[in-house]
Design a protein around this ligand. Structure first.
Ligand code: 3PG
Ligand code: MG
Length: 402
C-alpha cells in the first residue's frame, strides 16, 4: 500500500512537518549527524515550494541527560539547508501560535521538543491522540501534515499518529525512501541469493529477524554479541561474561532455548564466525580461530579476518544484501575491520544493498566509505528492525490510510 508524497502537495500552504532529529548529546551539546542532512532535503523542498513550514521533532526522554531543548537543532538544521530556521521555545501555547501566524511563504520554524508536552509520550491509539489539546490546537493552524520521521514511526506518540487523523497527510522524502528500501526484503522478489548480515548487541533482534525472514534469506552471516551467543549454542567456549561484563549471560538465560532451536532448524542458512579478535598484552589487535578457543579468557571485540574472507564470497554472489547491526566494536579502529570488511565487500558489488540498525551505518562515514556505494543507508534503529521483521509501523499505516 502506498501513501501520498510531496508530489501530491499543492504549493503555498501551511504545512506541519514531523522530523526525527533525535541526536546524541555530549556534555549538553547536540551532535550533528546524518538525520539533519537527510531531513534538510524535505524541508528545503517545502520551503522552495513557498509553504509556511513548521517543524516538530523530539529529543531524548524526560529524566534522561539527552532530554534537551531543540534550540541547537535549529542552528544545525539551518546549516544543512542553507537557510534560516527560526526556533520558538514552545509547542502549542501562545508563543508558538504567534510565531506560526507570523510566518510567510518559504519561512521555516522549529517548535520546541514535542516530548515536553505531557500528551505526546504515552503510547495510545491515534483516535485518543487526535483528541489531545496538543493536536487539536496545532492542527487548526495548518492545511497539511507531512511525516518525515520514519525512524520514529514505531511510536504511537501524538505528533506521529494524532495529526494524520485530522489533517490531509503526506510522506516526506526521508519517509518515502526509508519505507521503500527497508520494506523491500518483505515486498520485493529477488532473482538471486539474498544475504543478511546480522550482528549488534541484542540476541532477540537477531532471532526475530531470522524467524521472520528465513524464507526470504538464503544465508545469515553472524557477528557481534549475538554472533558470539550463537557460537556458544554451537558448542564453543565463548558467549559468556567475564568478570565485570554484562553482555551475554542474561541474554543467554532468557534466550538459550530459542537460540538452540533457531540454530537447529535454520543451521543450513546460518554462517558463524570462524575466528575472533581481541586485545593482546601490547594493546594490539590479535586474532584466534574459534576452533582453538578452549576457554574464554579475554573479551572478543570483533570477528577475525578469516571470517571476513569466509563471508565475502556469499556477499559477492548475492543479488541483495541487508545489514542489521555491526560485527564488532567498530568505534575502536582496531576492532572495526570485521564490520568495514563486510561493508566494503558489499560496496564492491552491484547488488541491491540496505544498511541499518542502530549505529551500524555510522561505520560508513567513520571509515571513509561512500554512501553512494549502497542502495540505501538507513537512519532508523528500532523502526528498521520492525520493518525487517514485518511488524507494523503505526505512523506509516496512518499515512497509507489517509
Ligand atoms: C530514535 O532515535 O531511535 C527514534 O527517534 C526513537 O526514539 P525513542 O527510542 O527515544 O522513542
Ligand atoms: Mg554496491
Amino acid at each position: 500500500m502506498t501513501f501520498k508524497t510531496l508530489d501530491d502537495l499543492e504549493s503555498g500552504q501551511r504545512v506541519l512537518v514531523r522530523l526525527d532529529l533525535n541526536s546524541p548529546v555530549e556534555d549538553g551539546e547536540v551532535q550533528d549527524n546524518r538525520r539533519f542532512d537527510r531531513h534538510a532535503t524535505t524541508v528545503k523542498e517545502l520551503a522552495e515550494n513557498d509553504h509556511r513550514v513548521v517543524l516538530m521533532a523530539h529529543q531524548g526522554r524526560p529524566g534522561d541527560d539527552d532530554f534537551v531543548s531543540l534550540e541547537q537543532h535549529a542552528d544545525i538544521l539551518a546549516g544543512h539547508i542553507g537557510m534560516d530556521v527560526e526556533f520558538v521555545a514552545d509547542t502549542y501555547g501562545d508563543d508558538a501560535l504567534d510565531a506560526i501566524r507570523s510566518l510567510e511563504g518559504g519561512d521555516v520554524l522549529l517548535l520546541e521538543n514535542t516530548r515536553m508536552v505531557d500528551e505526546e509520550l504515552p503510547e495510545e491509539d491515534p483516535e485518543t491522540k487526535a483528541e489531545t489539546a496538543f493536536v487539536k490546537t496545532l492542527s487548526e493552524e495548518f492545511d497539511a501534515y507531512v511525516n518525515d520521521a520514519y525512524s520514529a514511526a514505531h511510536r504511537k506518540h501524538a505528533s506521529l499518529v494524532g495529526f494524520p487523523l485530522v489533517l490531509p497527510s503526506y510522506a516526506g522524502r526521508v519517509m518515502e525512501s526509508e519505507y521503500e528500501a527497508n520494506s523491500s526484503i518483505a515486498t520485493r522478489e529477488f532473482d538471486g541469493d539474498v544475504t543478511m548480515v546480522v550482528g549488534g548487541t541484542k540476541a532477540t533482534d537477531v532471532i526475530g529477524v531470522m524467524n521472520a525472514l528465513d524464507e526470504k534469506v538464503d544465508q545469515f552471516l553472524l557477528g557481534g554479541i549475538a554472533g558470539e551467543l550463537f557460537l556458544r549454542a554451537d558448542g564453543h567456549d565463548v558467549g559468556y561474561d567475564l568478570e565485570g561484563m554484562n553482555l551475554f549471560d542474561e541474554q543467554w538465560e532468557k534466550n538459550e532455548e530459542t537460540i538452540r532451536n533457531v540454530l537447529d532448524e535454520k543451521g543450513d542458512q546460518i554462517v558463524l564466525a570462524t575466528d575472533l579478535a581481541f586485545e593482546d598484552e601490547n594493546d594490539e589487535r590479535a586474532e584466534i580461530p574459534v576452533a582453538s578457543i578452549t576457554e574464554k579468557d579475554t573479551a572478543y571485540l570483533d570477528v577475525g579476518s578469516d571470517t571476513v574472507a569466509t563471508y565475502t564470497p556469499y556477499i559477492h554472489d548475492s543479488e541483495a544484501v541487508f545489514v542489521k547491526g555491526a560485527l564488532g566494536l567498530f568505534e575502536d579502529e582496531r576492532f572495526a575491520t570485521g564490520t568495514t570488511g563486510v561493508l566494503e565487500a558489499i560496496a564492491d558489488t552491484d547488488c541491491f544493498s540496505v544498511v541499518g540498525g542502530g549505529d551500524t551505518s555510522r561505520a560508513i562515514e567513520m571509515y571513509g566509505m561512500s554512501e553512494d556505494d549502497f542502495s540505501h543507508v538507513s537512519i532508523a534503529g528500532g523502526a528498521y528492525i520492525r520493518a525487517l521483521t514485518g511488524e507494523s509501523l503505526p505512523a506509516v499505516e496512518l499515512l497509507q490510510e489517509n
